[in-house]
Structure formats: structure tokens, C-alpha cells
Write a new protein. Structure first.
Lengths: 849, 247
């Protein structure tokens, strides 16, 4: 009995540790080698002991476990060792590369020296910028318009001249890229506009073939899509040319002068858990209690909401019907409240305690100010961030809008209402009849109406509230479809380019926002355009391939570099293409329908707070992309066939289109990668932070710890190993908030060497208010969110998109029907085998002879 | 040289513990510290691990006409302590008038200290009500230690307006946030005396008593504890206050 047991234990141990029993052939090989080296070889050869030679020089080959391709590996390694590996002494090539590096570094250093001049320092321009912005806003716009008008008259050049022109300007662009400040940025924008306008002019004037009807039709379609992209680029430059960076304005010292604020938290079908934290945080806002009224607007008429509102002491408003959804809900509550200002929060947007104090100041200075908007910040990852593991590494989709675009809008007084995290003055809101109900994007429409009546709006770019992002790709797309449809409806029903009350700059800002949502069809056109030539053999751009190359490449390069400079902190290059592609199919139809028949379509509420139990591939959502992938892959194969079998004068055109198809496949791969939904473990989201807390043990000892993440149900703390040992089952966590200390009873759920996971015990409502105040509503929570994010580097970003794309295709194959996962494993095995044939670097300790 | 007088709002708020551990934290941060016990009770020496049978002190030295320098003792971690001295009833009755007179012997002691290689002097003073009657030398900072109890709050409300020096600060000691009453009173004090509060509190932590029982400071005995952290933060704050006043 004992012997059986011990052999089982031994086998188990070997299995767990990973030690495999050596087979007989392996033993023979090893013994014969050892004998050979002992009898025939010197003690030390090439710096190491001779019996260790295989181990040192062939680290990827194991003598006792020979594998199939080992002879090939030995040959490759020997070849590499003898011919390619540089011995560790200096060589002439080393010196040359060093001198080259020094020369380049010197040039960079001189450029840096240039950048160190006083008039090139950011601080010099910042003070100047502030003064200039105030004085020169009007002439600035006129000057800009004049420059654009001049640039539109462009001259055609022959290929060599175009090449020289584009390259020279690119050099200047790169020089400007290094200089800090806004004026070099504006000059870069002018250069990019110059090149892009040239491109569009050339496309319109010399690339349409009027003889071939099919080519003409498809060519015009592509040209319209390019015109759309060019217009968006133009308007984008205009919109973001001078982000205002409005600071917070302080309120008067006497709180008696502070106005009364009503807080509306509309809700329809969300869980009570989601709304609870918001209400607790609202109760803890830093504002005189007699001037703050909190209203929970429940369109679902739920009993537990009513009981909760009564228990914590907030007002509860409900109505009999659900007409006009959220807009109707808010309008109903407007009639039943009286505060001078109305602050609206989505039910999952938790305000920090400083929200009102930082945003109300501007209202008091400007009686015409009707709206102050703050960013929608999310502490949970959206589908892109979760499925592509981008959370807190790459800015998310909303980062561009809330970081840059609204900020740029603010200069032109074009900030629009986004539905949440905003404060509206009651007078103007009632003047326009409450929140607009005619479209599904009621928020933008409301602010459009306010602007038409001559009121102003402001944007404060500090994240003062945070909420949950959409959980699944389908919910995310559903929300974007609603926004796109609503914007198209507004474009039809209340066109910002026409109608009274708006200044030109506000019209352009609104128009650009709506234009952005019409990107569905142009994006699809771009994804399918190369197939026109590869599959249908029609020339849609009627020009020699070399000319296309010389005009398109500068256009894309320049806009890429300029956008990286302007948007680098808010969006990394090429990610915008992925985001747009994912949405393109889905918003194409609703926006077209809404443009022609604005009153059709229903309001679908965004689902929030669902749990994904298992990871899965969202086939339903990704069907259109898979179709596009298949089309493009088919086009690629046909293109390869054309390369071999087609006429030789078409080769450049085929290559160009193949390039384009590969680019499309890359972007589509990113879109497919998003459809593979990652598993989401927790029902309540953890927010990562870092602040000090004290743990009070039942024995009366207090331990010092760092809180590293928290959620509504618990937290995780990091301690020294000695301290972690002392933590038992029960512990009180002492957190501070603005100098006040609060204690929360928690139980330990897991303990590591330096980390302890805690679950919050049941707390009274007032204690929960304090908890939310100490965690979610800390004023500085979201300020350092972007600290670990790097600024955009286009090439690095492209590499990231490429790797995501490859990952996307792998996920697609893995989740596919029968032969595909096996195909994927075969490809993986082949690639792995090829990689293992690579020569491995060796480490030798150089010892004294 | 930084000089601080620490005075409790009433007896038992933990003044001696604050002096002992604050000096340990300052010493750990690189300042050479001397603690002087200005209390007749002569309790500071027990918190600084002085042999209880040792009777030396500055008061005893003054009575016997000896130099106070011989009454200073050094702790293992480098801190110096100058106890009051063990006086019997007779000696106390002879000595007491000098304490409340215009020039108590401490003035001479502190004047002498300026020439010594010291960075910081902490005086463990009497309770806040007795403090004006003792003629203690002028210091850079007076630290009033309050416990989060009703008596401290009442005394603060009554007396804080009359305190002569503007360079005082109020420190809340022995705070247990889990206790509703203590938490409420601490918030009250913080609200009413916003500008005079020391940022940060010292929590009620059993380790302080345990460390004293083991004749060590909290910093040495339990560096991971919240109490150690509190005292280190307090020491840093004292240094920065001093720096900002010097400038």
C-alpha cells in the first residue's frame, strides 16, 4: 500500500513541477556525449567547460529530449555563430554607427537648442496666447478664412515638381512639429490644408473619366466620400484651432449669495444599485444644504426606488406615462421644482463633491450664460477598451470629444449639451419650453435652441463626475445609433446652417458635430473602393498610379502628422479609423433614413450595468465586418492573380489597390477584434486609485495602508508584509475626506503577501453617503487618470493597431465554425516552429585564461 | 533651532506621548532633538526609557546649584532628554515660586541651548490652563493637544480666544473615528478652529501604549502602524512650518 501511494505522489509531483521522465534514446545520446567530451575534448573550449558546450552554444536544443527539427536548428545556429555573431570587441562598423548617431543627435540637439530660445518656450506663448485670444478672436477667424480662400486656387504640377514640393513642405512640417506653442501648430494646419486642398482640386479636375459610365459613377461616389472627409478635416481644424481651456471661476465668499440648485437624476430601467451611489454622492456635494434639492425622477414607477428615496431623504418624482422618455421626464420635473439652476446627472454618473463649486462660478459673472457642461468621464472600460485591453493605456473614444472638441467649441461659444454632468439655468430652459422632445438626441437640440435665443454656453474640461461606460458592444453601438439618428434628425428639422439666432462660428461647430455622425456611408465607400478595380476592373480614379501616389500620400501623411500634434493627448493615430469603422455599418442606414424621413424611428434606451459571464464572440454585431473582410480578402486574392496574369502596364495600379486592400483589412481586423467580448468578472466596477488609509484591528492596533482600488461593495489595500500578517477577519477602514475621518467596517475576503481584499459590511444610509464621499466623490479622483498614458506617436500607434488586428483575426478564427479553429492552431504551430528555428543568443562569461 | 512647547487641553489627553513620539519622528528625519520636561510630575522620563531611579533633572540641578547639562540623558536613538528631576515635598515647596516667577531657570537653559549642536527642542509643558502661569521661554510654536471629548472642546471654546501667542496650533490626539461621539467632536473642533488646526490627526492606537511599555518609541517598535505614520507626518509638518516662518 505504502509503495503504491509513494509512486502516485512521485508521479503527481513530477507532473506539477513539469519534470518529464527522460526516455531511453535521450539517455543514450546524453551518455555518449558526456563520454565523448570527457575522452576527446579539452577541459575548456571557447571560454566554457567542454561538456557544457551544447548547453551554452545551443540553448534551444536539449540533448535528452531531441525534437524533430533539431538538425536544422543546429545548422542555423552554427551558421549564425560563425558568420553573423559579432564578437564582443570593437569593430569598424560600430564606430561608424556611433559617429552617425552622434551626427544625427547633434542635429537634434541643435534643434533642441533652437527650441530653448525664449520666444520658443511654451510659457512665453501661453501668456501671449491668453492676451491674443481675448483681443484677436474676431480678426483671427477672418484671417483664417482669407488664407483658406487663397489656398483654394491651386496650380497643377507635373510629377517631379509635385514630389519636390510635397517633400520640401514635409520637411518644414517636421521642423514646426518640434516647436512648442500654438502658432507653429497653426502654421502646420495651414500647410496641411494647402496639401489637402491641392489634392481635392486635382481629384475634382483631372481624375474623372467621362467616357466610361460605370467608372464615372463609381468615381463620383468615391469623390463624394473624399469630399466629405476633406470637409470634416477642414471643419475639424477650424473647430480645434484654439482650445479655450476655460479655468474654474471662484464663487463669492458669502454663501448667502450662492444660488439654489436642483439636481435631477432621471432613471428608467436601471438597477437601484447603480443609482444609489449617485444619490449618495449628490447628498455630499459641497453646497449649502438649504440651497440644494435632489430629485430622483423615476420613469419606471418602481417601489424600491420610492422607498430608497424616502429612506435617504431625497425627493421622488414620477409620472403616469413615459412620453418622450428622458426629455419628458425632465420636463415633468421642471414643473415640480423651483431652484434657479438645474443640474442633470445620468443615474450612473457620480459627481465629485467639488462639482458645483467648480462649475457655478461662471453663471454668476455672465447673466446670458445658460449652460455649463463638464466631461463624461468613465471609470469602467468601454467595449473597445475592455476587448482590446486598452484601458488607461490608449485614450478612449470619448477622449477626443471631451478633451479637445468641446474645448475648441468653447472658443466659438458652441459648446453643446451632452445630456448629463451639466448645469442649465432655469429661466432660459423654460423659455425654450423645456428640454427638446422632437428628436432622439434631445440634449444637442436643447442647446441649439438656447444658442438660437442668444444665450451662451461654457465648457469646463476637468472631469468632475464619473460613470459607467456601456457594457457590451451591442449596447455601445445602440447608443451611437441613437446619437447618429438624432443628429441627422436635427440636421433636417432644425438645420444649424439656416434659421435665425446663430453666429456663423456656432453654425459651423454644430454642423461639424452632425457631419461627424454621417460618416457611415463614406466609410463604407472607402472600405469597398479598391474592390472596384480589383474585382470589376474599372478605373475609379482616372490617373496614373504614380500621380495618385504622389497626391494621396502627402495628403494622408500631412493630416496624420498634424492630427497627431493637435490630438495627440486625446486620441492616438489610426484608432479613430477603427472606432469609425465599427460604427459605420450601423449608423449608415439610420442616418440616411433620418435625413429623408426624420420622424421615423424609436428611442432605445442604453442598457447599463449588465454582467458578461463568459467570454464570447458577438457574431450578430460583427456580421457586417466579416462580410467586408471576406470581400476584401477575395479582392486581395484576385489582385494577386492579376499581378501574375494581368497586363504589365496595370501592375502599378494593381499594387496600389492591393496596398489599399491591406490597409482596409488592417482596420477591419481591429473592428473584428472588438467583437470578441472579454469576460467581465465583477458586477460592480473597481476603480483604481492610490490614497492612504488606516486599518483598525479589533485589538486596537492601527495599520497604515494604501487603498489601491475600490467599488461600492469593497476595496483592496496594499500593506507591508508584516502588517498584512496582522490583519484578521474584521477590520475597520479609516478614510479621510477633506480633513474629516470616517470609519467603515469591512471583512477580509482574501489576503496575499502584501495585499488584502476587503468587503464592505452593511452600512446605514448615512454611512454609505460617507463611503461614497470618501471613495467615488473624492474631488481629485479623476484628475490624474491620464498619467500613465503616453502621447501619440503615429508609428507606435500603427504597430499597436496592427497587432490588435492580427489578434482580431485570430479570435475570429478561434470562434468560427469547424475547420477554422483547427486552421488557426495549425497556423500557430507552423509559426511557432518557424520561430524556433531562429538562432538563439548565447551568454558566455568571459573568464581569465 | 526649532523650539516647540506641547501643552494638553487637560490632563490625560496624551501630551507626554506626543512629545516622546514626535521627538522620535524628528530624530528619525535627521534633526537632533532635546526633550525638556517642564512638568512637576516628571513623567516624560518614563516615556523616554530613563531609569526610574534616576533623580536628575533641571529643577534639581537648579536647586543644588549644579549645571543642567549634567542632568541630560541620551536615548539609544540619539534623542536627549532633560527631566524635571525627582523633588521631594520640601524641595518642591522651595522650588515652586521660581516656576511661576518672571524668570524660571528654564529661560537660562533655553538660552544656553542656542550654542549647542541641536536642531530641535520640545518642551513638555503643563496643561493649557496652567501654562500662562508658568513662565516658560518664548518658543517658535505652541502645540495644544486636544482629545476629541467634550471637555477639550469646551476649554477650546472658552480659552482659545485669549491665548496670547498667535503661533499656536491645535492637534487632535487619540481619535477613534469608529466612535460616533469622538468623530462628531473632532469634526466640531475642526470646523470651529479651521485656521489653527494641524493638518492631520493622531489616532488612538494601542501600539503607543505598548511601545511605551516596551520602553521604545512607536517609530522604532511598529513602523507599519498608523500611529508611526501620524507622528512622521506631524514631524514633517513641524519642519515645514518652521521653514516657512524662517522665510
Amino acid at each position: 500500500m505504502k509503495e503504491d501511494f509513494s509512486s502516485i505522489l512521485r508521479a503527481r509531483y513530477r507532473h506539477y513541477v513539469g519534470v518529464k521522465v527522460v526516455s531511453l534514446p535521450g539517455k543514450c545520446v546524453l551518455v555518449s556525449w558526456l563520454l565523448f567530451s570527457a575522452l576527446f575534448l579539452r577541459n575548456r573550449i571557447a571560454g566554457c567547460e567542454s561538456w557544457r558546450l551544447p548547453e551554452v552554444f545551443f540553448p534551444h536544443i536539449s540533448l535528452i529530449r531531441p525534437q524533430l527539427l533539431d538538425p536544422l536548428r543546429i545548422v542555423v545556429q552554427v551558421f549564425w555563430l560563425f558568420f553573423m555573431r559579432t564578437p564582443p570587441q570593437k569593430s569598424r562598423t560600430r564606430g561608424f554607427s556611433r559617429r552617425l548617431r552622434y551626427a544625427v543627435g547633434g542635429a537634434k540637439g541643435r534643434l533642441q537648442g533652437l527650441a530653448n530660445k525664449a520666444w520658443l518656450q511654451p510659457s512665453f506663448w501661453q501668456t501671449r496666447d491668453a492676451n491674443v485670444a481675448r483681443r484677436h478672436r474676431q480678426p483671427l477667424t477672418i484671417a483664417l478664412a482669407a488664407v483658406l480662400a487663397v489656398l483654394c486656387i491651386t496650380v497643377p504640377l507635373d510629377p517631379l515638381a509635385q514630389f519636390v514640393f510635397a517633400t520640401a513642405l514635409f520637411g518644414i512640417l517636421l521642423v514646426f512639429n518640434r516647436l512648442p506653442g500654438r502658432f507653429p501648430q497653426m502654421l502646420m494646419i495651414v500647410l496641411s490644408l494647402l496639401i489637402s486642398c491641392r489634392y481635392i482640386w486635382w481629384r475634382c479636375s483631372s481624375t474623372l473619366n467621362f467616357d466610361d459610365p460605370l467608372g464615372l459613377a463609381l468615381g463620383i461616389v468615391l469623390l463624394l466620400a473624399e469630399l466629405y472627409a476633406w470637409l470634416v478635416l477642414l471643419l475639424g481644424y477650424f473647430q480645434n484651432i484654439w482650445p479655450l481651456n476655460r479655468p474654474a471661476k471662484s464663487l463669492p465668499k458669502d454663501t448667502a449669495d450662492w444660488p439654489s440648485v436642483d439636481i435631477f437624476v432621471p432613471s428608467y430601467n436601471e438597477d437601484l444599485e447603480v443609482v444609489r451611489a449617485t444619490i449618495y454622492a449628490c447628498q455630499g456635494l459641497d453646497w449649502p444644504k438649504d440651497k440644494l434639492e435632489i430629485y430622483l425622477l423615476d420613469d419606471g414607477r418602481r417601489d424600491d426606488f420610492r422607498d430608497f428615496a424616502r429612506d435617504v431623504g431625497v425627493h421622488y418624482i414620477t409620472r403616469d406615462d413615459n412620453r418622450h422618455a428622458k426629455a419628458g421626464n425632465i420636463n415633468n420635473a421642471l414643473k415640480q421644482s423651483r431652484g434657479e439652476y438645474v443640474a442633470i446627472f445620468d443615474c450612473d454618473h457620480i459627481p465629485t463633491r467639488a462639482f458645483l463649486q467648480l462649475s457655478m462660478g461662471w453663471f454668476l459673472g455672465d447673466p446670458k450664460l445658460a449652460l455649463v457642461q463638464t466631461p463624461h468621464h468613465f471609470f469602467s472600460p468601454d467595449p473597445f477598451e475592455r476587448n482590446l485591453s486598452n484601458f488607461r493605456k490608449v485614450p478612449n473614444e470619448g477622449g477626443l470629444f471631451y478633451g479637445l472638441i468641446q474645448n475648441g467649441n468653447d472658443l466659438w461659444n458652441g459648446t453643446f449639451f451632452c445630456g448629463s454632468c451639466a448645469i442649465i439655468r432655469r429661466g432660459p430652459l423654460e423659455e425654450i419650453g423645456g428640454v427638446a422632445v422632437e428628436t432622439v438626441t434631445e440634449d444637442a437640440h436643447t442647446s441649439l435652441r438656447l444658442h438660437r435665443l442668444g444665450y451662451n454656453s461654457a465648457y469646463i474640461r476637468a472631469p468632475l463626475a464619473a460613470g459607467l461606460a456601456t457594457e457590451t458592444l451591442s449596447a455601445h453601438i445602440g447608443q451611437r445609433i441613437r446619437w447618429a439618428r438624432g443628429m441627422a434628425q436635427i440636421l433636417r428639422l432644425d438645420n444649424p446652417l439656416r434659421g435665425p439666432g446663430l453666429k456663423l462660428r456656432q453654425r459651423l461647430c454644430y454642423f461639424n458635430a452632425m457631419l461627424h455622425f454621417l460618416s457611415g456611408i463614406p466609410r463604407l465607400v472607402f472600405l469597398l473602393a479598391p474592390l472596384a478595380f480589383l474585382l470589376l476592373h474599372t478605373y475609379i480614379i482616372y490617373a496614373p498610379a504614380i500621380m495618385i501616389f504622389l497626391y494621396v500620400l502627402p495628403h494622408m501623411l500631412y493630416s496624420s502628422v498634424v492630427n497627431a500634434k493637435i490630438q495627440g493627448r486625446y486620441r492616438h493615430s489610426f484608432w479613430g479609423e477603427v472606432y469609425e469603422t465599427v460604427l459605420s455599418w450601423y449608423i449608415a442606414r439610420p442616418t440616411t433614413v433620418a435625413l429623408f424621413a426624420p420622424h421615423k424611428g424609436t428611442f432605445n434606451v442604453t442598457a447599463k450595468g449588465g454582467l458578461i459571464h463568459e467570454k464570447y464572440f458577438d457574431w450578430v454585431m460583427s456580421r457586417p465586418y466579416i462580410l467586408l473582410v471576406l470581400l476584401n480578402a477575395f479582392g486581395f486574392l484576385v489582385g494577386l492573380w492579376r499581378l501574375y496574369a494581368g497586363p504589365s502596364n496595370e501592375i502599378s495600379a494593381v499594387l496600389l489597390n492591393l496596398f489599399w486592400v491591406v490597409y482596409n483589412l488592417l482596420i477591419l481586423g481591429g473592428a473584428v477584434a472588438v467583437a470578441a467580448e472579454a469576460k467581465q468578472l465583477r458586477s460592480d466596477h473597481r476603480v483604481q486609485v492610490r490614497f492612504p488609509v488606516a486599518l483598525e484591528l479589533p485589538s486596537g492596533h492601527l495599520l497604515h495602508a494604501q487603498l489601491v482600488d475600490f467599488s461600492l461593495s469593497g476595496a483592496r489595500v496594499e500593506l507591508s508584509p508584516d502588517a498584512a500578517e496582522q490583519v484578521g477577519q474584521q477590520v475597520n477602514v479609516i478614510m479621510d475626506r477633506a480633513g474629516r475621518e470616517y470609519s467603515f467596517a469591512m471583512t477580509t475576503v482574501f489576503k496575499g503577501r502584501e495585499v488584502v481584499g476587503l468587503r464592505l459590511c452593511d452600512q446605514s444610509p448615512s454611512s454609505m453617503v460617507n463611503y461614497v464621499q470618501c471613495t467615488f466623490a473624492r474631488a481629485d479622483n479623476w484628475v490624474s487618470w491620464k498619467q500613465n498614458m503616453s502621447v501619440d506617436k503615429p508609428l507606435t500607434s500603427m504597430a499597436a493597431v496592427m497587432s490588435i488586428s492580427i489578434q482580431g483575426y485570430r479570435r475570429l478564427l478561434r470562434a468560427g465554425p469547424r475547420p477554422l479553429p483547427q486552421l488557426l492552431t495549425t497556423i500557430n504551430a507552423l509559426v511557432g516552429m518557424a520561430k524556433s528555428l531562429r538562432p538563439q543568443p548565447i551568454l558566455i562569461r568571459v573568464e581569465e585564461a | 533651532m526649532l523650539t516647540i512647547t506641547v501643552s494638553g487641553m487637560h490632563g490625560g489627553v496624551g501630551t507626554t506621548a506626543v512629545v516622546a513620539n514626535l521627538s522620535a519622528a524628528l530624530q528619525q528625519q535627521g534633526l537632533r532633538c532635546l526633550c525638556i520636561d517642564a512638568n512637576v510630575d516628571n513623567m516624560l522620563r518614563l516615556a523616554l526609557a530613563v531609569n526610574p531611579e534616576e533623580k536628575v533633572g533641571w529643577a534639581k540641578a537648579s536647586l543644588e546649584g549644579a549645571s543642567w547639562k549634567e542632568a541630560t540623558l541620551q536615548h539609544d536613538d540619539g534623542r536627549w532628554v532633560l527631566p524635571f528631576g525627582e523633588l521631594d515635598a520640601d524641595e518642591l515647596s522651595r522650588f515652586f515660586p521660581t516656576l511661576v516667577a518672571g524668570q524660571s531657570p528654564l529661560h537660562a537653559v533655553v538660552a544656553d541651548l542656542a550654542s549647542l549642536p541641536l536642531d530641535c527642542v520640545l518642551i513638555d509643558g503643563p496643561t493649557s490652563r496652567s501654562l500662562p502661569h508658568y513662565s516658560l521661554p518664548n518658543v517658535d510654536l505652541t502645540l495644544y493637544v486636544a482629545a476629541p471629548d467634550a471637555a477639550s472642546y469646551a476649554l477650546l471654546k472658552q480659552d482659545a480666544g485669549h491665548w496670547p501667542a498667535s503661533n499656536y496650533r491645535i492637534l487632535i490626539n487619540r481619535l477613534q473615528p469608529a466612535q460616533a461621539l469622538a468623530s462628531a467632536i473632532a469634526n466640531l473642533i475642526a470646523d470651529d478652529f479651521e485656521e489653527q488646526m494641524v493638518p492631520g490627526v493622531v489616532h488612538e492606537d494601542l501600539i503607543i501604549a505598548e511601545a511605551q511599555a516596551e520602553l521604545a518609541s512607536v517609530i522604532a517598535r511598529a513602523p507599519d502602524s498608523q500611529a508611526a505614520q501620524d507622528f512622521q507626518s506631524l514631524a514633517l509638518w513641524c519642519q515645514s512650518e518652521f521653514q516657512s516662518r524662517v522665510e
